[in-house]
Write a protein that binds this ligand. Structure first.
Ligand code: 13P
Length: 339
């Protein structure tokens, strides 16, 4: 029964022409995003903002699931909890369950994601609250002599424990080892590190007896670092990303979802379109963007109720563009069309 539920959730999350909205910014992250627009990060502003996103008319046409933050899963909208509200409109609620990163002792500049203590109990509570899937993000930074194998392996181990605990609790884990875009590394170096990371993560998942059919992988696209002088064409990015994933991700995994990682929203959509149009992938490919879905909407909203409808239209537009991109049907005309 649990296996059937996990399988159907994993497939529903990667349903054709739909993707996942990541709205699971932690307190420091949402504060940073609000601050540049002069929006105070109060509990009510965070609730109102997430309510705006989830109440976007028609969102369920393009969005299969939403990743919530711990605070949001317990907040209400119109008398119902956020997960109830999402489920009612056919969107699957999920939750970020990691506790953020801390410095990896002995490894200057590297990080380990924390949050395994008490996770079994937390997962049971999240399931009661309506969550059907979970997410854990590990970060792998590139730099001179970085990342180390120790950093990759420590994070892979934590990801595997998180995934095994999630499946035990009847929740589909989204396993997210994010290779960061920060730095001046080349496209080839990003591909190499992504490949090493995937190898380590899937090794740990195998050792911890995680059912690959009942999980999703969340990864970055293979990109040159933000400060790299030689930026890459869309076609090169799609080719490198597909090659890297084909080499590193078993075909038993039902879906791979991309994070946006600091790319502009339009660039993320163009690249997603090229990757998905590439073909020959044994898994379903789709998006699980945070910033690339939300940035335009947040800039319009600015904390004012008067801007809610315009902000929702901006979110719906990005969701639609990305939903077309996963079918390889995105174009400049679609981008410039008004919703
Ligand atoms: P971005 O798309 O903004 O990178 O966020 C996705 C996410 O969930 C990171 O954990």
């Amino acid at each position: 029964m649990t296996a059937t539920t996990l399988l159907s959730t994993a497939h529903a999350l990667t349903a054709s022409g739909k993707g996942i909205l990541a709205a699971d910014e932690s307190f420091p992250t949402i504060e940073k995003r609000f601050k540049v627009l002069g929006i105070p990060s109060t509990e009510e502003n965070r609730r109102a903002y997430r309510e705006l996103l989830f109440a976007t008319p028609g969102l369920g046409e393009f969005i299969s699931g939403v990743i919530l933050f711990d605070e949001t899963i317990r907040q209400k909208t119109g008398g119902a909890s956020m997960p109830e509200t999402l489920a009612r409109i056919g969107i699957i609620p999920g939750v970020k369950v990691d506790g953020g990163t801390m410095a990896l002792p002995g490894f200057a500049g590297e990080k380990i994601t924390q949050g395994l203590d008490g996770l079994r109990e937390k997962l049971a509570a999240y399931r009661e609250q309506g969550a059907r899937f979970t997410k854990w993000r590990a970060v792998i930074g590139l730099g001179e002599r970085l990342p180390t194998a120790t950093c990759i392996e420590a994070n892979a181990r934590a990801l595997a424990l998180f995934a095994a605990l999630s499946q035990e609790a009847g929740l589909v884990p989204i396993v997210e080892p994010e290779v960061l875009m920060d730095g001046d590394h080349s496209l080839a170096r990003c591909e190499e590190v992504t490949r090493m990371t995937l190898e380590s993560v899937f090794g740990a998942l195998f050792e911890h007896r995680v059912a690959l059919e009942h999980m999703l992988l969340k990864t970055g696209m293979v990109l040159p670092g933000k400060e790299c002088r030689q930026q890459a064409e869309v076609g090169e990015i799609a080719e490198a990303t597909l090659r890297c994933l084909r080499r590193g991700v078993p075909a038993a995994v039902p879906g791979i979802v991309f994070l946006s990682g600091g790319q502009s929203d339009v660039a993320a959509t163009e690249r997603l379109n090229a990757i998905c149009a590439g073909g020959g992938a044994p898994w379903t490919l789709t998006f699980s963007f945070g910033r690339a879905l939300q940035d335009a909407a947040l800039k319009i909203w600015k904390g004012s109720p008067a801007n809610v409808a315009a902000a929702q239209a901006a979110l719906l537009h990005r969701a639609k563009c990305n939903a077309l991109a996963v079918q390889g049907k995105y174009s400049a005309d679609v981008e410039s069309a008004t919703v």
